[in-house]
Ligand binder design. Structure first.
Ligand SMILES: O=C(O)CCC(=O)C(=O)O
Ligand SMILES: [Fe+2]
Length: 331
């Protein structure tokens, strides 16, 4: 009786054979007897059963998420996210700190196996050393501080807010270049605005109640060339390490960078040129059960190496103090 309901001959026969295979003959016989019994009551007819069967099939189809529909939603989110942040940028003039990359990176980054952090309790602290001595540590994901590694750079003496302001203002087009600008917690929307602030605020005179901290990529070729006269390629990095053709500057008072991961292709190095800075590092959430967060501070002249793609990191500057850093990548 069960099979009389499926009266499209070939398909029904194949389906019946598959069902028998799946469920076993015993169970099928029991179901047949059950259906016969139900029909004999006269309360349920064959067409009722057919209708119930059709409805159950429709319900089953509704329960299965169409894969094309899921792919469509995913593509929509991936396209809509940058459009959303682009619109915010256009309307408010705020260039967000990595968010469009950051969200996509967070959503798509590989889940880490925690090998990078499971045995790390804090940064490895090395005294200034040669390229050969540094070689065993060069591509480690263990955070490293190299004490006194950049104290001899001319930038440690000559680079400051006024120098940067003069350089950008006298270089045609430097402030119009669409280099990445990171405003962090401060109220500036662009590098142009940073250089327009009053001298009093820029120098945090009398503990001005408006601390600021920003970072930007010095991607303008003339600016980059001028700045690189003040600092060499770090002497401890492997000779064949690939370097980008733009560096970053971070500077300001008190505030630092909030916790984030970087969406960059290589390892990060920083030269702490002026002031002290505290770092806090945290493993990715999936490694919370195996790894630890920790913090450390760096002093003028120190180099810091962190794989900022896998370590969440944030920074802060001691109250009332200034810090200036050059940052770049190697890999
Ligand atoms: O130096 C800072 O304050 C932030 C640095 C940072 O986020 C980085 O180097 O990736
Ligand atoms: Fe970062």
């Amino acid at each position: 009786m069960l099979f009389q309901l499926w009266n499209r001959p070939l398909a029904a026969a194949t389906r019946a054979a598959r069902t028998r295979e799946r469920l076993g003959d015993d169970l099928i016989d029991k179901l047949d007897r059950l259906h016969d019994g139900v029909l004999r009551t006269g309360v349920v007819t064959e067409s009722d059963l057919r209708m119930a069967y059709r409805k159950s099939l429709e319900q089953e189809q509704r329960n299965h998420l169409n894969p094309w529909y899921a792919i469509g939603i995913l593509l929509f989110i991936m396209l809509a996210t940058p459009v959303f942040f682009g619109t915010i940028h256009f309307i408010l003039g705020v260039r967000c700190f990595l968010p469009n990359n950051y969200l996509v990176w967070e959503a798509t980054r590989p889940i880490s196996d925690c090998g990078f952090c499971s045995s790390v309790q804090g940064p490895l602290i090395l005294q200034n050393l040669t390229r050969e001595e540094f070689a065993p540590f060069a591509y480690s994901s263990q955070p490293i501080i190299i004490k006194n590694a950049v104290a001899h750079w001319p930038a440690a003496k000559s680079l400051n807010f006024t120098y940067l302001k003069d350089l950008y203002e006298r270089t045609p087009g430097a402030l119009d270049e669409d280099c990445q600008f990171l405003h962090f917690r401060s109220d500036f929307k662009s590098l142009k605005e940073v250089f327009l602030m009053s001298d009093q605020r820029a120098n945090f005179v009398g503990g001005s109640n408006q601390p600021w901290y920003v970072g930007w990529s010095n991607c303008h070729p003339t600016v980059l060339e001028e700045l690189r006269k003040l600092y060499p390629r770090p002497h401890f990095l492997p000779e064949d390490a690939e370097m980008p053709n733009t560096d970053y500057i971070f500077l300001g008072y008190e505030q630092g960078a909030f916790m984030h991961l970087d969406y960059i292709p290589r390892l990060m190095w920083q030269a702490q040129l002026q002031g002290n800075k505290s770092w806090i590092l945290a493993p990715t959430p999936e490694c919370d059960h195996l790894c630890h967060s920790f913090s450390f501070y760096v002093e003028p002249g120190d180099a810091v190496l962190v794989d900022t793609r896998i370590w969440y990191h944030g920074t802060s500057i001691p109250k009332g103090q200034f810090a200036l850093t050059i940052q770049s990548e190697y890999g």
